[in-house]
Structure formats: C-alpha cells, structure tokens
Design a protein around this ligand. Structure first.
Ligand code: SAH
Length: 344
C-alpha cells in the first residue's frame, strides 16, 4: 500500500509548488504553514482564513493528522510515554523526558526494527515498515500537544534504526529545522545508530549540525557479536575507523552509547579495552544501565561498576555521562509499551 501524502511530510517549497500549480496566490503557503506549525489544528475546516474550495482541495490531496494518541502513561520521575496509532493501525511510541530547561522527545523511526539487539524490546519481531517523514513530524507535534509547550530537543532513540530509513529521517529533520515552521535547531536533534556505516558516511556529507550517537555496547568483537547481530556486518574496527573519519571531516564529537549488562560487557577487561579503543580520537560516552526486559535474561550492572567505568573513562579525558533509567515504571525501555499492547 502506498502511504498517503501527509501534509506534514512536505517541505514548504513543495507546498508552494502545489499551490502555484493550482493558481493560488503566494501568501496561501504562509497561511497554511501557520495552521500546521504555529497554531496546529486537527481539521482542515479549522483553517478559517482559507477559501472553502482550497480547503476541499487540500483535503483531497493530503492527509492532515498522521497519528492519534492511544495512551499516555506517566512515571513519578516526570517521564511520560505516548503510544500512538498510525493510519494503517500500526502502533508506535515516543517518550517525553523533561529535564530542567529541556523538554526532550525520543521518537521512533520505524515500526519495529530489523537489527535484533538481544537486550532491546523493539527488535524482537523484526521490522514491519518504515515511518515516513510526515509521521515522524507528527510524533513531534503529538509530544508538543502532550507537553502543552514547545519541545526543545529530539532524539531518534525510540523504536527503529534511523539509518535503515535514512531518506525519511533526514526529510523529517529538515522539516523540523525549517525556520518558518518548527524551527528546531539541528544541534538539538540527535540521531542514534546501532552502527550502520553507510548511514554515518552519508550523514558526514549532509553538512547538517545534528548530533550523532553510536550504540557500541561492547569493546570487542566477541562481546559485541553476542549482543548485536549488526556486528557481523560492520565489526568494531571498521565502525570505529568510520567514526574517527566522521569526527575528522565534520569536526563533530560522537557520543558512544554503552548499555551496561552485568558480567556480560562490564568486566574489568571490558573497561580496559573500552578505554583503550576510545582514547584514540575525541568522543563522549553515555553509559546506560540495562533496563531489564522479559525477553532477555541479562541483569543491569551494579552501581559501583557503572561508577568505576565512569572513573576510568574520565581519567583518560573521555567525557562520560550515565543515563540512570527514568521511567522504568512506565515500561520506558524501547519498544516495551508497544510489545505489551501487541500481546493483549
Ligand atoms: N537503533 C538505534 C536507536 C534506537 S535504541 C540504536 O541502536 O542506536 C536507543 C538506545 O537505547 C540504543 O543505544 C539502544 O541500544 C538502547 N537500548 C535498547 N534497549 C535497551 C535496554 N533494554 N536497556 C538499556 N538500553 C537499551
């Protein structure tokens, strides 16, 4: 099935071209853009300053709302999770993470995921389809509806592998970026990849100031092979060489994500190897104590182990943060809410 034409998937220049073809005056694009991004409405009817004929034509050509919220769950840490239904009935989720001045939304890029990292709930049933840009922008707007305020940061760390859906993810980023629309700065957008080298190489050439995170999760091939099937395609040496090139070419610092799993990737040897590998070029590390899921028997690392990793990495000058899991009580680990809904 072809996906419908979501108006939220258009660049402003594309809407302008469509209007021009219909002989509409130039200022209509500005009016429509305001109804989409400044003062979003749920219905074409509500775009009051547009002539009826134009509203009808828009309705015939485009779909306005790409998704609807099914459930919003909150945790006592302030994290909230939105489960949304897409037009074809598929479910996706996003997580709202408020922190001080920031209101971050963690968005999905696909329905499911084909990469099958063993500790991740999103990839247990493979990938069903890619999201299109209009749906991703729709996630952002749903987050603003639920926050009731402007969202300040977007991270592609929900369900899916953004670089397995490169074109639509980049289109969504450019739409979020548009100063006439949402106007979210590229530096406030983070793409997280499990290590899809062709995607990293393409991104290096885009000239965008987006942040890049790479899910490393292991310092050596045997450990990474056991956790991430993607390592069979792009192994650590090749991946890190690519990251080093990216850093050199773009002058942008990559953050390596490292999910910490007790006795699996948190041994003293893992720590030494990680420090040795990452001290060769400037980078940051984000340690994520495993959020335990039913589908995987691994346990989260002890706090002292996490702190030991922080100490050793920092000693080498690698800026390290820890994402102490927020919102475990709302099943905030990737894919958990969606999988719960699918099994009921
Ligand atoms: N596919 C992308 C983005 C989605 S996952 C990627 O792999 O980077 C976002 C981050 O959450 C990744 O670093 C992922 O490995 C991590 N993650 C997934 N499941 C987790 C779990 N159960 N506990 C802790 N981190 C998890």
């Amino acid at each position: 099935m072809d996906s419908p034409a979501f108006i939220y998937g258009l660049y402003r220049s594309e809407l302008e071209a469509w209007l021009k073809e219909r002989g509409e005056p130039g200022f209509r694009a500005k009016q429509i853009w305001e109804w989409l991004y400044r003062n979003p409405v749920a219905d074409w009817e509500q775009m009051r300053n547009l002539p009826k004929g134009l509203r009808g034509a828009l309705e015939d050509a485009f779909v306005l709302m790409p998704l609807t919220e099914v459930e919003v769950s909150s945790s006592n840490t302030g994290t909230r999770k939105i489960l949304s239904r897409l037009r074809d009935g598929e479910l996706i989720e996003e997580v709202l993470i408020p922190a001080e001045e920031r209101r971050t939304v963690c968005v999905s890029s696909q329905v499911g995921c084909m990469f099958g990292c063993v500790f991740c709930a999103s990839g247990q049933n493979g990938v069903k389809r890619n999201l299109v840009a209009g749906e991703i922008v729709g996630e952002f707007l749903a987050a603003q509806r639920v926050y009731g305020q402007r969202v300040t940061n977007v991270v592609f760390m929900g369900i899916g592998e953004p670089f397995d859906n490169y074109d639509e993810v980049l289109r969504a980023i450019r739409i979020l970026n548009d100063p006439d629309g949402i106007g979210l700065g590229a530096r406030r957008i983070t793409i997280s990849t499990c290590g899809v080298i062709p995607g990293i190489e393409r991104l290096a050439k885009e000239g965008l100031q987006v942040e890049l995170s790479v899910s490393l999760h292991a310092p050596s091939d045997p450990v990474r092979d056991a956790l991430m099937p993607v390592n069979a395609t792009w192994a650590i040496d090749e991946l890190l060489a690519c990251c080093e090139r990216y850093t050199r070419e773009t002058k942008r610092i990559i953050t390596f994500e490292y999910t910490m799993i007790r006795d699996v990737n948190d041994t003293e040897r893992d720590c030494r190897e990680l420090v040795a590998r990452l001290s060769r070029f400037p980078c940051r590390v984000n340690l994520i104590p495993l959020s335990e899921i039913d589908e995987y028997e691994g346990k989260t690392s002890h706090r002292e182990t996490v702190e030991h990793f922080v100490g050793e990495l920092e000693k080498t000058g690698i800026n390290t943060t820890v994402r102490w899991s927020k919102g475990i009580d709302v099943n905030a680990a990737c894919g958990q809410l969606r999988s719960r809904h699918e099994t009921v």
